[in-house]
Design a protein around this ligand. Structure first.
Ligand code: XBP
Ligand code: MG
Length: 253
């Protein structure tokens, strides 16, 4: 049995709760700025999250909710421009520092680094969003802690397709059985599992009712020594927070 060699993190919903007060707000700002009265409420956004990827999500929304909408010019270009504006708004929001890392994330990342466990990112969001979040939460130099940051359109098929995880494995030159993924959603779980990677889930409000039967462990968050996690499915033994020892144990199951 090999030792755990790498931890692969999802971003949105896993590193930080970026969807409701980050991405959703940024989409709405981009729509308003472009002169459209489209407003994605918290509950509508929960439904739209079924479609991974911002450009894909806008397209789905227009097809489903604004079937009569005629974009000025080319549809793909229209969506790409709107999404570019959304990304700028998102980065501005992140720069305010209003979206912190989730409980236990910083401790676990630092613990992995100190124990020589390699780190990577596998996300559907745009690469600049990942860098902005890492720099504003973990410091300017933190993106360099990750051997691979695989993000957005770098692969054609987004989660739940396994492509982004397969890309990370190729970049790191690591077999899936040496890695463990941390995700928050059913789409992320399917993607990582299909790539052959054992996956731990930390749920959030948007994902807590999804199907996580394939996960090795399902928690409300990673926990801290003074703020224990709750186990929603699986066996965490006597542990109260996720550390490298627990991850090694899960990885060997
Ligand atoms: C989450 C997503 C993303 C974000 C928006 O991905 O599906 O689309 O909601 O980001 P993950 P973009 O959990 O894999 O990080 O607008 O940049 O796509
Ligand atoms: Mg996610």
């Amino acid at each position: 049995m090999t030792k755990l060699g790498a931890l692969i993190f999802d971003v949105d919903g896993t590193l930080a709760n970026t969807e409701q007060e980050g991405h959703r707000v940024a989409f709405n700002r981009a729509f308003a700025e472009a002169g459209y009265d489209w407003n994605w409420s918290v509950s509508l956004y929960g439904e739209l999250l079924a479609v991974a990827g911002g450009k894909e999500r806008i397209r789905y929304y227009l097809n489903q909710y604004r079937p009569d909408f005629q974009p000025p010019g080319n549809f793909d270009e229209f969506i790409a421009n709107l999404h570019r504006a959304k990304t700028q708004h998102y980065r501005q929001l992140i720069a305010t520092g209003s979206i912190p890392l989730r409980l236990g994330v910083q401790r676990l990342i630092k613990g992995a680094r100190s124990q020589g466990i390699r780190l990577a990112i596998a996300t559907t969001t745009a690469p600049t969003n990942v860098t902005a979040l890492l720099q504003h939460t973990l410091g300017d130099e933190s993106p360099a802690w990750f051997d691979a940051i695989a993000a957005g359109d770098i692969v054609p098929a987004k989660k739940p397709a396994p492509d982004i995880y397969n890309y990370v494995l190729r970049q790191m030159d690591f077999p899936p059985q040496d890695c463990l993924a941390i995700e928050d959603s059913d789409q992320g779980l399917i993607a990582a599992t299909q790539a052959g990677i054992t996956t731990l889930i930390t749920v959030n409000n948007y994902t807590k009712d999804q199907d996580f039967t394939q996960a090795v462990l399902v928690l409300n968050h990673l926990g801290e020594p003074d703020q224990p996690f709750s186990v929603l499915a699986g066996d965490a033994g006597d542990n109260q927070y996720v550390d490298i020892e627990l991850l090694n144990h899960l990885h060997h199951r």
